[in-house]
Design a protein around this ligand. Structure first.
Ligand code: UT7
Length: 342
């Protein structure tokens, strides 16, 4: 049983008596499995290299006619089913994604239609792999301010569409999927205690996709030059990820006057097992406190911690009343750490 003496930083911001809890979660991953052995046939790589450098064994790939909004809607429906929330109850939908169905309209609007949440306002946010915690914090603000009662937050990605399948440096890392959470005020619960978010635009060139935006719209030349594929400086991204995630976790624990031993489950962004182990080491977490599922899904960016949280709940690793620490890192650069009383 988790020792539960902590400070609720929200109370200091005039939010006494109000909290934002995650009522339920749900996730969806596509059926098609792409194993390391399959990748050995596509690029010059080996199962041994991928496993030892990343911890990934396989990832899921969406069908050609299965889009980010479809996966997001599936995850949302599973989250709604888990808490008995009806589509008409949802006031707001926030989708975190860097692979929207289209430049516009937002994927959130497409999800609104697919799940029949006719009353809901809807918008997307883009904070790359950090998107789910950014979206949780935004949703939380609407609940705390009593603007909305029920908010649906989703992280969803079809990264297989922006990966260069001839580049072994990146194509082995990513997968598709979606995770969703329903937010509401729950009496007698603290819910989302804090979220420490950060960004560093100076390092935007470590992980980016040059084509497809207003700087470099799609032309025959841009497509021929492969500008619509993601690019990453892996080593620098790795170092920055470990440092930023460590710092964000320290700050989140400090704000709540918590010690890492009081945390039941740490759910880190699932990018690389070595990053997870380095962050775990630095924050003093025991390996059995840290949830890992990247062996099955690879890096699913904004969907990563949302899928992991859903699995941790379904497997009984996280139970009501437990303290959960989520920590993410991604392009931007962006990062965030959140502490939740589940
Ligand atoms: O979600 C957003 C955040 N993203 C991340 O956090 C990713 C962070 N970075 C990483 O996870 C790691 O840097 C990688 C997994 C991408 C790469 O691991 P690394 O230990 O940094 O390897 P490296 O890039 O230094 O490459 C080492 C060698 C190179 O060969 P040489 O130059 O030493 O001869 C690469 O060409 O491994 C080679 N290599 C591969 N070999 C077999 C790179 N990719 C592969 C591959 N298979 N798939």
């Amino acid at each position: 049983m988790t020792a539960k003496r902590f400070k609720n930083p929200r109370a200091e911001h005039g939010f006494q008596g109000r909290s934002c809890s995650i009522l339920s979660v749900g996730s969806y991953v596509p059926e098609k499995v792409l194993t390391n052995a399959d990748l050995e046939k596509l690029v010059e790589t080996t199962d041994d290299w991928i496993t030892s450098r990343t911890g990934i064994k396989e990832r899921r790939i969406a069908a050609e006619n299965e889009f980010t909004s479809d996966m997001a809607a599936m995850a949302a429906q599973r989250a709604m089913h888990a808490s008995g929330i009806k589509p008409e109850q949802i006031d707001l939908i926030i989708v975190a994604t860097l692979t929207p169905d289209m430049m516009f309209p937002s994927t959130a609007c497409l999800v609104q239609q697919k799940i029949g949440a006719k009353r809901a306002a809807a918008f997307d946010i883009e904070a790359a792999c950090s998107g789910f915690i950014y979206a949780l914090e935004i949703g939380q603000q609407f609940i705390m301010s009593r603007t909305y009662e029920t908010v649906l937050v989703i992280g969803a990605e079809k990264l297989s569409t922006i990966v260069d399948w001839t580049d072994r440096n990146t194509c082995v890392l990513f997968g598709d999927g979606a995770g969703a959470a329903i937010l509401q005020h729950r009496p007698n619960a603290h819910g989302l205690l804090t979220a420490c978010m950060g960004a560093d635009g100076e390092k935007s060139d470590l992980l980016f996709m040059p084509g497809g935006g207003s700087m470099c719209p799609a032309t025959k030349n841009s497509v021929a030059a492969g500008l619509h594929y993601l690019r990453m400086d892996g080593k620098e991204t790795f170092k920055n990820a470990v440092n930023a995630m460590h710092t964000a976790v320290k700050e989140a624990l400090r704000r709540c006057e918590l010690d890492i031993t009081q945390i039941k489950c740490v759910i880190p962004h699932q990018a690389n097992r070595r990053i997870i182990e380095a962050v775990g080491d630095r924050i003093g977490a025991r390996p059995d406190q840290v949830f890992v599922n990247l062996n099955k899904y690879g890096n699913t960016s904004a969907a990563s911690v949302a899928i992991a949280l859903d699995e941790a709940v379904r497997e009984g690793v996280v139970q009501r009343g437990d303290l959960v620490l989520m920590v993410v890192f991604g392009a931007g650069l962006t990062w965030a750490a959140a502490i939740i009383e589940w």
